[in-house]
Design a protein around this ligand. Structure first.
Ligand code: ZN
Length: 211
């Protein structure tokens, strides 16, 4: 008899323990759900703040002086544009009017090589049009600079990539001519452009520190 009672007691104790465990599990599931909900809310807020809310996260630059050059030009010309504007002319484009109509406006780049023969001779860095052979060939063949969606599809099917002449694209033509080692070249900016970039860098740093 005593043995049976003890079994029953054990089993009832087990039952109550199991019951308590079940309600605890429900509680922790509820807490986890709430936590996940807040994490998602925070995440959505961060995405909104970064990408959609103006003047937060990644401030653009109004009236940024982009520098371009035709292939035969000695000096770059300026196009003032908003860096947030998706229609901004940052990539090479075909000039639509004026004396250079029909020519490609290439991004102006600058040679950073301290041993660049041009720098040595004229005591200033060499600024040059960053001619991309792929675009140049297309333009000379009477095609638009960017491949059409059909051409892209055909290239994809053939397993071809868009072919850029990687070395020519960013190597200083003077250094190349005088067989200097390839050295760092950058997009060319005027003093005003550099100042605007510096201000933007500061703003971004401040925004990151205040997060
Ligand atoms: Zn050079």
């Amino acid at each position: 008899m005593a043995k049976r009672r003890s079994v029953r007691q054990t089993s009832s104790r087990k039952k109550s323990t199991r019951g308590g465990g079940s309600s605890g599990w429900k509680k922790s599931t509820g807490l986890a759900a709430l936590l996940i909900f807040f994490i998602i809310l925070l995440w959505v807020f961060m995405i909104y703040k970064t990408f959609f809310q103006p003047n937060s996260g990644m401030p653009g630059i109004k009236n940024f002086p982009f520098q371009f050059m035709t292939e035969d030009a000695k000096e770059p010309f300026e196009i003032v544009a908003d860096t947030d504007d998706p229609k901004r002319p940052r990539a090479p484009f075909i000039i639509q009017e004026g004396e250079n109509k029909g020519k490609i406006a290439w991004e102006a780049w600058v040679c950073r090589n301290p041993l660049c023969p041009y720098r040595k001779k004229f005591n200033k860095p060499f600024v040059f049009p960053n001619v991309i052979k792929y675009y140049k060939d297309r333009h000379e063949a009477g095609k638009p600079l960017q491949p059409t969606p059909e051409e892209m599809k055909a290239m994809e099917e053939k397993g071809e990539m868009m072919m850029f002449d990687g070395i020519d694209m960013s190597q200083c033509p003077v250094c190349k001519k005088y067989k200097k080692d390839a050295f760092q070249t950058d997009r060319y900016n005027t003093d005003k452009g550099l100042q605007l970039l510096e201000e933007r860098r500061k703003k971004l740093k401040e925004a990151q520190e205040n997060k």
